[in-house]
Design a binder for this molecule. Structure first.
Ligand SMILES: Nc1ncnc2c1ncn2[C@@H]1O[C@H](COP(=O)(O)OP(=O)(O)OP(=O)(O)O)[C@@H](O)[C@H]1O
Ligand SMILES: [K+]
Ligand SMILES: [Mg+2]
Length: 680
């Protein structure tokens, strides 16, 4: 396995994170986090005061006190940086291992005259044609235009079982860096250097292009405003204290400010976001943005495509059923004619079955015939023969319409045959030559196992599942029942899939869509969360904002849990951070004013050893709470499937009340230790 994804924190990652904690002290980096930037300014000022205590006027505190405040502030910064660096660490390690996969490979470029030329994979551009033989690494992303091969994708998916890829249809895309395990393929390159799937994956896991999510930006703004308010409050204390004849030391004011501004959440905020994205990657899902992961946490409706998503999508012809008055040989031959030029897996399986039944064809007989390719729009395909005959096969309703328009009659038993196939979950394709319907092709597909239980889980979370398919209503109903989705939409064209999503969105709902085909691409782009199957087409993968490397549609369930967990963790630690202030008030304010106003003794409920001890204890608590909370920030607050209201009240209670009580105990304990050690 080339990618070590399951590995937790290694010694190297921790060492690297320690080094990065110092690098991140760079003010240009720090200014992106206003709360910690204020701490950094305070650190610089107390550093200067440690060198020259009288720098800003006469003082009564000693140099040692200033040095203590400076060091605690420095550690506060380092702890916050460490949290972020640690969260980034695992992704960086994974990116390094992916980069090894990307190392320069040789490519066999197919030239205009059909001859081969060996070139470096880094020179390949969009539109180039390359041939890859058994055992070789695929040099770039592309679509197979010739051949069928099993591909070992373990380099990117970590999954060792090879997958079959072939020209035509929804399983034709290959990824640079994967290996051809059998046969050969000819591939048309679809990306220019530097823009490949692997490049994007590396940038993603490394967090190079990580952008703050709207939620994160909103919270950062709120924290910055809180910081500003506390800054103003503390500045107005100075004239007030002068009036009361109390001397307020600058280092004490800075300590107070740092204790009151939300440093806990400010220090952990980006670690929470990065770790959330990393958890998604652990599940073999590539999320292009944190925004998509957060949106997943709030999803109301999930729309799934059928073929290739709910089913495996390797639809194979299993039977040709003639309508009354047509002999078996004629329907078989009609089906064959309709499919000789159809490069989709469905089309090829029809040709194979016809061959097996003893029908063959001469290529020469079809020279000059006009190919009518399958589209999701027409839901038909076929040939216009030189003699003028038009052979068609396709979705039964589409063929019925086609034949009726030509003045043809619909056979009486067509419905019975179609219903039998559809009720078994198969896809019926009607076959017609001109205005006459000959019979039906039975295409078989298999529902992926284990879907029912997982959709039931989604239901218990209050999420509705809707299957949206191009297939007929009866097949759709059968598969919907077998898979356990709540609703289904049949005979859907690409625009109907978009319309279904828009309708839900207009009702104010957040919609997730999973799909694999080119026809799903617009819908994947329209959805708030678009999850493409890795087995699917490039178009689908490009339109989506998440890709499941295991091609499992229920993977969204894990992403939803992670999204919810991310939102809850952020909320819980914000609550905790702000609730902490109460204890710090009671520790510091009495300590600052007690000499001038003995009445304040009543506020000194914590009974701390001395004013200095009170301030330093609060500041130390403020610093060490950051590393103590790193495990929660990284792992996330445990998420249990329950209603949003219960979840909220539970967390407010736990982290709100905990946030008030914990620092009282913590500060008191630190004070006792400092006093016991005779430090203050
Ligand atoms: N090669 C083909 N030639 C003719 N008709 C086809 C062919 N492939 C599929 N069809 C018909 O067209 C319909 C629509 O196909 P499309 O690929 O858009 O959706 P689907 O595969 O049925 O469902 P989904 O959207 O869930 O993947 C199919 O249900 C089938 O009836
Ligand atoms: K604080
Ligand atoms: Mg599909």
């Amino acid at each position: 396995m080339a990618v070590e994804r399951k590995k937790t924190l290694t010694k190297e990652i921790v060492n690297q994170a320690i080094a990065d904690s110092f690098k991140k002290l760079n003010p240009w980096v720090m200014i992106k986090n206003p709360v910690m930037f204020v701490v950094e300014v305070g650190t610089v000022i107390t550093f200067l005061l440690s060198l020259a205590p009288d720098l800003f006027g006469s003082t009564e505190v000693g140099r040692a006190y200033n040095i203590a405040v400076f060091l605690i502030l420095l550690f506060t910064l380092l702890f916050a940086n460490f949290a972020e660096a640690l969260a980034e660490g695992r992704g960086k390690a994974q990116a390094d291992s992916l980069r090894k996969t990307k190392s320069d490979t040789k490519a066999r470029l197919v030239q205009k005259d059909g001859s081969y030329k060996e070139v470096s994979s880094t020179t390949l551009r969009k539109g180039d044609i390359v041939r890859i033989e058994i055992g070789e690494i695929i040099p770039s992303d592309g679509e197979i235009i010739e051949g069928l091969a099993s591909i070992d994708e373990s380099a990117i998916t970590g999954e060792s079982a090879p997958v079959i890829k072939e020209a035509g249809g929804d399983f034709s895309s290959v990824t640079g860096g994967t290996r051809v395990a059998s046969d050969y393929i000819v591939v048309k390159v679809t990306t220019d250097p530097g823009e490949s799937f692997l490049d994007r994956m590396i940038a993603l896991v490394e967090g190079a292009k990580r952008q703050k999510t709207p939620n994160e930006i909103a919270l950062t703004t709120l924290l910055a405003v809180l910081t500003l308010i506390f800054l103003i409050v503390i500045m107005t204390m100075v004239p007030m204290a002068q009036y009361l004849n109390v001397k307020l030391e600058i280092s004490t004011l800075i300590a107070l400010l740092v204790c009151l501004i939300p440093t806990t959440i400010g220090g952990l905020l980006s670690a929470i976001g990065i770790a959330g994205m990393d958890r998604v990657t652990q599940f073999n899902v590539l999320a292009m943005s944190g925004k998509a992961v957060e949106a997943a946490g709030d999803i109301d409706t999930m729309i799934l495509d059928k073929t290739g998503t709910i089913t495996f999508g390797n639809r194979m012809a299993s039977e040709f059923v003639p309508v009354a008055g047509v002999i078996a040989k004629d329907i078989t031959f009609a089906a064959l004619q309709a499919s000789v030029k159809d490069e989709t897996p469905e089309g090829r399986s029809i040709v194979e079955l016809a061959n097996k039944l003893g029908e063959s064809w001469q290529t020469s007989a079809y020279e000059g015939a006009e190919v009518v390719e399958f589209t999701a729009e027409t839901r038909m395909s076929g040939l216009n023969l030189v003699g003028g005959s038009k052979v068609r096969k396709g979705a039964v309703d589409a063929i019925k319409k086609y034949v009726s328009a030509l003045g043809g009659k619909i056979p009486n038993d067509l419905e019975t045959i179609t219903n039998r196939i559809a009720k078994a979950g198969g896809t019926p394709l009607a076959v017609a030559i001109n205005e006459r319907i000959y019979g039906v092709i039975y295409l078989k597909d298999t529902v992926k196992p284990g879907l029912k239980e997982r959709f039931a889980e989604l239901r218990s979370m209050g999420i509705k599942t809707v299957m949206c398919t191009g297939d007929n209503p009866l097949t759709a109903a059968t598969i919907a029942l077998e898979a356990g989705v709540d609703e289904f939409i049949a005979e859907a064209k690409p625009e109907d899939k978009i319309a279904a999503i828009k309708k839900e969105q207009q009702e104010g709902k957040l919609v997730a869509m999973t799909g694999d085909g080119t026809n799903d691409a617009p819908a994947l782009a329209q959805a708030d969360v678009g999850l493409a199957m890795n087995s699917g087409t490039m178009a689908a993968k490009e339109a989506a904002n998440m890709i499941d490397l295991d091609s499992d549609p229920t993977k969204l369930l894990s992403v939803i849990s992670i999204g919810k967990q991310l939102l809850i963790t952020r909320g819980a630690l914000t609550t905790f951070s702000i609730a902490n202030d109460i204890a710090k008030y009671f520790a510091i304010i009495p300590a600052m004013f007690i000499l001038a106003m003995p009445q304040l003794q009543a506020l000194n409920i914590m009974n701390l050893a001395s004013p200095e001890s009170a301030i330093l204890s609060a500041l130390i608590f403020n610093a060490i709470i950051i590393p103590l909370l790193i495990p929660i920030a990284m792992k996330g607050v445990k998420y249990r499937a329950m209603s949003a209201d219960r979840l909220l009240s539970r967390n407010v209670l736990l982290y709100g009340i905990g946030g008030v009580i914990v620092p009282f105990i913590g500060i008191k304990v630190i004070d006792m230790i400092l006093h016991g050690l005779n430090i203050v």
